[in-house]
Design a protein. Structure first.
Length: 326
């Protein structure tokens, strides 16, 4: 009788071959890593594509955000903040293709998809214009209040007003008003004018910029080696006076000396010696910097007289008289 055959290790059991245990995969993280790198690459490609703004493509992109989120993409309108500033007014929604309410504001969000990019660009411009006109209205109200305060204080001609790219400019002549010639010490008349302006300026939400200006005549003293030091000291002197405890907070103001680099009149004008010597308090407009020129045009469109000429008559210093430094 023959001996039984040994059972081999690879013999079938129950009709199936023996399965070997799979090895654990320690490289699964590579999949997540590859996905992350792909997303980062896409992100940088999009950022690079947006780095050079094409107005037409930008309008299309903005239209896509409109359609996707169903609300105005205000952070793409060129403002300083993600949301519109306080007091801004947006125009009524215009008629949109496919809407039934005639543009009363109840349009379907999907109807924005039917609008051409150029039309959306017009809507953005309309919104910016509405905000700009509202800011001009606010600054004109501030101008009226400042003029009224000066009149009540008995110094109605103590300052002149105009608009430029920065906002509302309140100009106070320095000659025999704020400072004596070659001095940065406030005169009683200058303090009276600043006292009249301060309550209205303090009540405004806008930031204030104080600028000192001189004429081109050189100065050289122990305290003021040049017009730069003189103009800067005058600007900071006005700022310090307005920042007296209980008045305008210092974090709302800044001061700069410009010497004779920003004259109101050319040197050939005999009034320039006097009128270029001034301190300007600028009520900074709360609009995008790109809208500054439009703000200046809107603010000055009702002005009937030249600001420089008015300043000469208002302060009583239109005659150059003798030579005065700074």
């Amino acid at each position: 009788m023959s001996a039984p055959r040994p059972v081999r290790a690879h013999a079938r059991r129950g009709g199936h071959e023996e399965e070997h245990e799979e090895h654990e995969n320690h490289e699964r993280w590579l999949v997540s890593y590859a996905d992350m790198m792909t997303l980062l690459m896409v992100l940088f490609i999009v950022m690079f594509a947006l780095s050079e703004v094409n107005q037409r493509k930008f309008d299309v992109f903005r239209a896509g955000l409109h359609a996707g989120f169903g609300s105005p993409a205000t952070m793409l309108q060129g403002g300083n903040d993600i949301l519109d500033g306080p007091g801004s007014i947006a125009p009524d929604s215009p008629p949109v293709p496919g809407s039934t309410d005639g543009g009363s504001g109840g349009t379907d969000a999907n109807s924005w998809k039917d609008m051409a990019p150029g039309r959306i660009g017009q809507l953005v411009t309309a919104t910016q214009q509405a905000q700009l006109r509202q800011e001009v209205t606010n600054l004109k109200k501030a101008e009226t209040a400042l003029k009224g305060a000066l009149a009540r204080a008995g110094v109605a001609n103590g300052a002149t007003f105009r608009f430029d790219e920065r906002g509302l400019v309140v100009t106070i002549a320095t000659d025999k008003v704020l400072f004596d010639s070659g001095s940065a010490r406030l005169r009683p008349q200058g303090r009276k004018i600043l006292d009249a302006l301060e309550p209205t300026l303090a009540a405004l939400p806008n930031r204030l910029s104080v600028g000192g200006h001189t004429n081109w005549l050189p100065i050289s003293t122990a305290r003021f080696p040049s017009n730069w030091e003189l103009s800067t000291d005058r600007a900071t002197g006005v700022l310090r006076y307005l920042a007296t405890p209980g008045r305008i907070p210092t974090d709302r103001m800044s001061a700069t000396g410009y010497a004779d680099t920003m004259p109101l009149l050319p040197r050939s004008d005999p009034r320039a010696v006097v009128l270029d010597r001034r301190v300007e308090i600028v009520v900074l407009a709360a609009v995008d910097d790109a809208q500054g020129r439009a703000l200046a045009a809107l603010g000055n469109e009702d002005a009937g007289t030249d600001a420089a000429g008015t300043g000469a008559d208002a302060t009583g210093t239109g005659r150059a008289g003798g030579t005065r430094h700074g």
